[in-house]
Design a protein. Structure first.
Lengths: 336, 315, 274
């Protein structure tokens, strides 16, 4: 099956800044694909390369098997939901949604009907007559979404679409986006700097850093088996442990990651100290509601431990023992 | 849902569609096409004319035949330093300086009030109250002052009604700035200049004052400064770029004007009048050109100082 | 701002109020006086107060062929110069605000130069260029001079609006299948339209009123301001001049008010432009 989006060694440089530097990428058709990374890591430029707002300096881009470089955005059957929504302020909501159909020469009655359907799909059926300025941030976001999906694009690009929304609305939109993607079967490419968002919504995640893709994989794989210290740091709040520590605890001489919730904490020494057991001192505890984060120090190394809030109360200075499954101490590619 | 729709649409038919594709692929060419008409107009015709004028200031006029000698010389510039010509320059620059100062003093309360106290409808009214005089006809404004300053006009009438004619006569008796009547004295010229350029001082000043955060003024008052102290130490320094920006206009406009002193004032010339006279009846284009270089040089220096003070942000 | 309504900073000092009020009176009274003079019965002097009031000068001024010709020439010049300025100013603003390129600053400076330099310099430079190139004075020489300083008015208004318009609107339009021309017609023009209209009106007002550059580029032709200037220097028909002065004020006020209402939400009218 042809890939929805294919990058072959694509680079895009702005002067001396290598925004995208030799990226290879394959997004499967019908996939919900997230591009995750800090700002300036090249993920947005990649999105703009797919949309056609940027052209690669070198390399080759295909969309569903067709060469995309040199093709203007208006000839790509790809639509974008912009970070600032970019709704046309001089048009009504309905005319905004119908804009793409109008540009393709679809007659007025048909495009009004389709636009109304798209608005219903994003749960704004009666908002067609309003102006974008009369909508809330969340509603604008839905209109932007409707304006894109009404064209039935082969690939839908979303540039930090939830960034401007407050937490509650964001969680709700995450669910709706996911449901919408499954219902429509369109390939979604989603740019975000929020690892939680990427992990919870995407089928696969590409982690970007400094213009390159550091790791691509399913969310669980990225989370459990980060390839580098950067991924471990950026995705989740893993304990990143130095090579000496890894070596002492049964791994090779490499940096390793150990997820805080994989550590079991005990106030009494376990019977027979195995490789995954460590005496430590509690430095601080932070109450998070459902969980409590405990900062403990062992072997001159600080470790974060996440325990259910119902677990026994610990105080700074308490002596504890930390244990984990050997498999959870994940050795990464970075050498000493 | 038509999953089989193509991912790349074929090029649109028609000239416009193809042209759009063509220009999209060559953004540099597109930019060039956009810039060519204005650049041709302003860059070639306008700046070209300016350079041609500048060039002519390095020519001289043959005193006997009255023809222009097309040889490079600084003789024309030397003529500027002759007492009669140099007086014109000094007179114009002094007038520009005094006008700028007076405009600043009158503008400040208006700008300050509009920026700090006027809100909502009042703010809009203030803005329009400055914009309308700024944009209303320059000649009509000068004409209005000719009416006001005329011997039988409203000002003399007002002084007579208030039994203050003696004060006006005392004012006109002052040497140099006085004269037979207001309309033929420097005082008259000065009044008209201040009036006509005042809005150009108010707007940038207000813009600058509006950028002074209100909480700074509160902070100053909070720290025990009186109104005067707050103004001197907080408001004025922060508004200075705007004041300088406004003064660029009043100064430059006064330097180059030749109509106001011609209509209201004594018969002594200002730079603008000298330029007009030399290029017109006298036909001495080189000297006229050299005279125009004076305001350019002065304004160039002024702008350089203003830029260093950050005045351009207030423009 | 709540803090401005309450507390010490909320009330304006009386002195400031008086000074500001006096300043505004100083700005407006002279223009109002013109309106009174247009109705005076006195023909030979500028006598105040007017001995009596009449409206007969309006009819007399309207019948004067020289006034009519001057008015017509001014309207044609202003309309043509505005049209040229709209095209050039919009092109320039679009290029400067949509693309980053070498020399942007230089272009901004170039556009501002005709109003930054005293008008007499622009005038004499154009005049000497005309005589060097042996171009005879005509309608078009006046238009050329006027368009040169009108460009900046349109440019300033358009640039301010472009800056306020989100850059992603154009990308959104192209993303939705509109090519460059469709994007211009359906997105760019509707969004900058009122700014262009405002700029055009201000440019019209500026051109309609311009005298300094015009004296150098008109030759023997008389625009309305040139006609007025001659009356100012050698008064012949005082009452007619009074009426024309009032007419000029009225003609320039309307576009300025209109321009203000077109652009008041957001960017200010770019007024520093004469």
């Amino acid at each position: 099956m042809t890939a929805a989006v294919l990058f072959q060694n694509v680079s895009r440089h702005f002067g001396r800044i290598r925004a995208v530097d030799g990226v290879d990428l394959e997004v499967a058709a019908g996939e919900f694909f997230a591009m995750l990374g800090p700002s300036g890591s090249g993920k947005t430029t990649c999105l703009r390369l797919i949309a056609g707002f940027e052209q690669p300096d070198t390399g080759h881009i295909e969309i569903f098997g067709e060469t995309a470089e040199g093709i203007p955005p208006y000839r790509r059957n790809v639509n974008t939901v912009f970070q600032d929504y970019a709704l046309f302020p001089h048009l009504s909501v309905l005319d905004n949604v119908a804009y793409g159909l109008r540009m393709r020469g679809i007659d007025k009655a048909a495009r009004r009907r389709e636009a109304a359907e798209a608005l219903a799909l994003v749960k704004l059926p009666d908002y067609g007559g309003r102006r974008p300025a009369q909508l809330s941030g969340g509603q604008r976001q839905r209109v932007a979404l409707a304006r894109a999906i009404v064209n039935k694009p082969r690939v839908l690009l979303l540039d930090e679409p939830l960034g401007a929304l407050d937490l509650k609305l964001r969680e709700q939109m995450q669910e709706e986006l996911k449901a919408l993607q499954q219902a429509l079967g369109i390939t979604f490419v989603f740019v975000t700097h929020d690892q939680g968002e990427a992990l919870s919504m995407a089928d696969r995640v590409a982690v970007f850093n400094e213009g390159r893709i550091v790791q691509v994989g399913a969310p669980a794989e990225i989370y459990r088996r980060p390839r580098t210290r950067f991924v471990a740091d950026f995705v989740g709040s893993s304990n990143v442990l130095p090579p000496e520590f890894t070596e002492r605890h049964g791994g090779g001489r490499r940096w390793s990651s150990l997820r805080p919730e994989a550590i079991v904490i005990a106030t009494a020494a376990p019977e027979g100290s195995g490789p995954g057991s460590l005496a430590a001192t509690v430095l601080a505890t932070y109450y998070h509601g459902a969980t409590t984060r405990i900062v403990a120090e062992a072997e001159m190394t600080r470790l974060n431990v996440l325990v259910p809030a119902s677990a026994g109360l610990l105080r700074p200075g308490d002596r504890v023992w930390l244990t984990w499954q050997p498999d959870d101490l994940h050795a990464m590619e970075d050498h000493a | 849902m038509s999953a089989a729709a193509e991912a790349i649409r074929p090029p649109r038919d028609g000239t416009l569609g193809r042209l759009s594709d063509f220009l999209w692929r060559r953004p540099g060419l597109f930019l060039l096409l956009m810039l060519t008409p204005p650049l041709l107009w302003l860059g070639i015709i306008y700046v070209g004319s300016l350079f041609a004028l500048l060039l002519q200031s390095f020519f001289s006029i043959d005193e006997f035949s009255g023809l222009i000698r097309h040889e490079f010389t600084l003789k024309t510039y030397a003529e500027l330093l002759r007492p009669s010509n140099f007086d014109i320059i000094v007179r114009t620059v002094s007038m520009a300086a005094v006008v700028t100062l007076a405009a600043g003093v009158i503008a400040l309360p208006i700008a300050y009030y509009a920026a700090r106290y006027a809100r909502g409808r009042w703010k809009a009214a203030f803005y329009l109250a400055v914009m309308l005089p700024l944009w209303s006809s320059y000649l009509v404004k000068v004409y209005a002052w000719k009416l006001i300053l005329a011997k039988e006009g409203i000002l003399n009438w007002l002084f007579a009604k208030l039994h203050l004619t003696w004060a006006l006569e005392a004012l006109l008796a002052i040497p140099v700035i006085g004269g037979n009547s207001l309309s033929v004295s420097y005082i008259g010229t000065f009044l008209v200049f201040v009036y006509v350029w005042l809005p150009f001082m108010i707007l940038p000043m207000q813009a600058a004052l509006e950028r002074v955060p209100g909480n700074l003024i509160e902070a100053s008052a909070d720290l025990g400064a009186g109104t005067g102290q707050t103004f001197r130490h907080v408001v004025f320094p922060l508004a200075l770029p705007g004041i300088i920006a406004g003064s660029i206009f009043t100064f430059s406009l006064t330097l180059g004007d030749y109509i106001i002193p011609q209509i209201v004032g004594s018969s002594r010339l200002f730079i603008g009048q000298a330029v007009y006279a030399h290029q017109g009846t006298a036909g001495n284009i080189p000297l006229a050109a050299a005279f125009t270089v004076v305001p350019i040089v002065i304004m160039g220096f002024y702008l350089w100082v203003a830029k260093r003070q950050g005045a351009f942000d207030a423009l | 701002m709540r803090s401005d309504r309450t507390g010490r900073s909320g009330r304006s000092p009386l002195m400031l109020k008086l000074a500001a009020g006096a300043g505004l009176l100083f700005l407006h009274l002279p223009i109002l006086i013109i309106f009174v003079y247009a109705f005076t019965t006195e023909e030979k002097s500028y006598q105040w107060p007017p001995p009596d009031l009449t409206v007969k000068w309006f009819a007399i001024a309207w019948e004067r062929p020289d006034v009519r010709d001057a008015l017509w020439l001014s309207v044609r010049t202003a309309a043509t110069a505005t049209a040229v300025a709209l095209v050039l100013g919009t092109l320039c603003a679009a290029a400067v605000s949509r693309t980053r390129f070498f020399g942007r600053e230089a272009i901004s400076l170039l556009v501002i130069l005709p109003i930054a330099l005293p008008g007499i310099i622009t005038g004499i430079a154009l005049r000497s260029a005309f005589s060097l190139a042996e171009i005879p004075f005509s309608f078009w020489t006046i238009v050329l001079g006027h368009a040169t300083f009108c460009v900046v008015i349109v440019y300033n208004n358009a640039v301010a609006r472009f800056r306020r318009t989100s850059g992603s609107l154009i990308e959104a339009s192209m993303d939705l299948g509109a090519n460059g021309f469709q994007t211009f017609a359906h997105v760019i023009l509707p969004n900058i339209g009122t700014a262009l209209l405002a700029g055009g009106m201000l440019a019209f007002a500026l051109s309609f009123d311009e005298v300094i550059v015009t004296t150098f580029t008109a030759g023997q032709q008389a625009t309305l301001p040139i006609w007025m200037l001659e009356e100012l220097v050698r008064p012949r028909q005082r009452p007619v001049t009074n009426v024309v002065a009032m007419l000029v004020v009225a003609v320039t006020f309307l576009p300025i008010l209109a321009a203000y209402y077109l652009t008041r939400d957001g960017d200010q009218v770019q007024g520093q432009g004469k």
